[in-house]
Design a binder for this molecule. Structure first.
Ligand code: ADP
Length: 621
């Protein structure tokens, strides 16, 4: 027999152990759930191997989970005839943390004061929870592989672990013995353990035995009728299947016979952990065929932007032996994908209408996924766009609306949806672009999120109406007799001369200078050229390439022929050309500033002082 092999834990594992033992878990009971859930996973995988024709060691062993206690010895033992582990797997699974999300999670945890037990379990640190209650853990393991060894893994959860060959030939699977700490002796009582299993592990798909007694029901909730499942059962099932501790935000349960036979039970979790900087969520909807797990994280089952969903899709039509690789190529899986995604979008649409306040909370946390979908998933773009919510020039601050409602309010014959993007409502409303549309009673959608720029590049229309930026030169506004304007417009000839003068003065910076109809109270505004980059896009580009010059921008400058400043500038052009030149440069810079497009601020301040001086001298003189 070889000598036992001693190893130290990977640094991250020690960190997890430290957290697990000292701070994170306040509710010790949950270690039972973590270990039962691991056993259940191992059994699911074993069953799948068997059903797809693999030779496994000990083919007749029963697929159940057994918990036994020994009060006198102060031990709790959990045993399963699941996959078991080879030597390498023991090192890999019980000595390191591979999952990058867990590492990111740990980093986050250290930095923030957020030590919520609700998070653990989701991050693959489940097994180590055993050390909350035990000062020694022994794992007897024999892999399903024919060449597997009988091994014993032991650790005190402090520095490292040891792997040795077992004294006897082991049966397939894992047997985990917890030598309980003195203050945790309670977990060596059958009643205590039974009640924990009842409350946490009711939905395990294999019998869970505490002593000789079977504790759980073993049933596939997703294949039952809605009327047969209570809210509490749904919640328990969610928490079990998603390895979560929160309340699901939404749940959708449906069965269909055509175009494909399927049962689906899907949940939206309470939180979007991606917003906490925890990295991308992993897809969490498992694929089953008639209650048998095919894959617990199938990559191509649902679109990537639905990775926040948890739950189960079960279809009798899916072949059991479908491989991870062929999943995305399978036309059946694609069909499932399409059917379920459509249903889910319809479901959200219904929720948004039935309970807008609840939907608003969902939107605040999960809208990034919907937007990602608009950008990446052409097939569902329209359905997703319908689900987006935003403020607009007609909503109160903080109140949201959607494109469908926008179109209900739109004017007869209006074939565009107008929008403006900016950091917040105040900056958008202070800009020069809104006034003309507002004056004409046209609603303008506001976009505040940085990723909205990407969104808008892909979302060009909604129900046949083109989306246009109100700051774009594409926007042509009708002359409106009823429009409240004050002052006489500058004579056409003088206006043309002024435009020519500005064009010459401003040279490279402007593509075009022209009188416009959109301005009500501002003297001038720059318009983003139809196919140019928006201010937000330029800022993003700059942030991504610090220090690199941006491509030069050319804007259109629109003048308000009724504005006093425009009249005065036209007069100064002849009376005081130097002052007029100074004012021309300042006019453009201020218009760029208002549009968020001013990148070179040096001239602005100096010119401002010189213009003030000139104005004040006139008054004084
Ligand atoms: P997670 O279950 O989230 O991956 P754990 O720390 O709970 O993280 O377990 C680590 C790994 O150890 C599991 O992914 C699995 O491969 C293995 N493992 C744990 N318990 C068992 C078991 N009873 N049978 C087989 N493998 C197991």
């Amino acid at each position: 027999m070889n000598a036992p092999e001693k190893r130290e834990f990977q640094a991250e594992v020690s960190q997890v152990l430290d957290i697990v033992i000292h701070s994170l878990y306040t509710d010790k009971d949950i270690f039972v759930r973590e270990l039962v859930s691991n056993a259940s996973d191992a059994l699911e995988k074993l069953r799948h191997l068997q059903l797809t024709g693999n030779e496994v060691h000990g083919p007749d062993l029963s697929l159940e989970i057994r918990l036994t206690v020994d009060e006198e010895a102060r031990t709790l033992t959990l045993a399963d005839h699941g996959l078991g582990m080879t030597r390498e797997e023991l090192h890999e699974n019980l000595g390191t943390i591979a999952h990058s999300g867990s590492k990111a999670f740990l980093r986050n945890l250290e930095e923030s004061a957020r030590k919520e037990s609700a998070l653990i379990g989701q991050f693959g640190v489940g097994f180590y929870s055993a050390f909350m209650v035990a000062d020694e853990v022994t794992v007897y393991s024999r892999s399903w592989r024919p060449e597997g060894e009988s091994l014993v893994w032991t650790s005190d959860g402090k520095t490292g672990y040891e792997i040795a060959e077992a004294d006897e030939e082991l049966e397939r699977g894992c047997r985990i013995v917890l030598k309980l700490r003195e203050d945790c002796a309670d977990f060596a009582k059958a009643d205590r353990v039974r009640s924990i299993v009842e409350s946490y592990s009711n939905f395990v798909a294999f019998p869970v035995m505490v002593g000789e007694e079977r504790v759980n029901k073993v049933e596939a909730v997703w294949r039952k009728k809605k009327s047969e499942v209570t809210d509490e059962e749904y919640k328990e099932f969610y928490q079990f299947s998603a390895k979560a501790y929160d309340e699901p935000r939404y749940r959708m349960h449906f069965n269909a016979d055509s175009p494909i036979e399927l049962n689906a039970l899907l949940f939206v979790p309470a939180e979007n952990t991606e917003l906490w900087g925890m990295g991308q969520m992993e897809p969490g909807v498992s694929l089953y065929c008639k209650n048998v797990l095919i894959d617990d994280k199938p990559a191509g089952l649902l679109p990537d932007w639905l990775r926040f969903l948890r739950g189960v899709i079960d279809s009798a039509d899916i072949p059991l032996n479908i491989s991870r690789e062929s999943m995305q190529d399978s036309s059946l899986v694609r069909k499932l994908n399409r059917v379920v995604t459509k249903r889910f979008l319809k479901f959200l649409d219904g929720e948004a209408k039935d309970d807008p306040d609840k939907y608003k909370e969902f939107h605040a946390k999960f809208s990034r996924f919907l937007k990602e979908g608009v950008v990446t998933d052409f097939e569902h773009r329209e359905g997703l766009a319908k689900l987006l919510r935003f403020e607009s020039s007609l909503t109160d601050p903080g109140t949201l609306t959607g494109f469908e409602d926008y179109l209900v309010r739109a004017k007869d014959g209006q074939d565009k949806i107008y929008y403006l993007s900016g950091p917040d409502r105040v900056s958008i409303e202070a800009g020069p672009y809104l006034e003309a549309l507002k004056a004409r009673g046209l609603e303008v959608v506001y976009f505040f999120d940085t990723i909205d720029e990407y969104l808008l590049q892909h979302l060009r229309e909604f129900e046949g109406k083109t989306l246009v930026s109100a700051s774009s030169s594409e926007v042509e506004l009708p002359e409106d007799a009823a429009l409240e304007t004050s002052g006489e417009p500058l004579a056409e000839e003088a206006m043309t001369a002024l435009c020519d003068f500005l064009q010459t003065e401003l040279g490279e910076q402007v593509e075009k200078v022209a009188p416009g109809k959109r301005l009500v109270s501002s003297p001038a505004a720059v318009l983003a050229p139809a196919h140019g980059m928006s201010a937000q896009m330029r800022q993003m580009l700059q942030a991504m390439n610090p220090g690199e010059p941006l491509p030069p921008q050319k804007v259109e400058l629109e003048l308000n022929p009724r504005h006093g400043l425009v009249h005065a500038l036209a007069a100064a052009r002849e009376a005081d050309p130097d002052l007029a030149k100074l004012a021309a440069a300042q006019l453009l810079d201020q218009a760029l500033l208002a549009a968020g497009l001013l990148e070179d601020r040096v001239g602005l301040v100096d010119r401002g002082f010189r213009l003030m001086e000139a104005a004040l001298k006139k008054t004084a003189g």
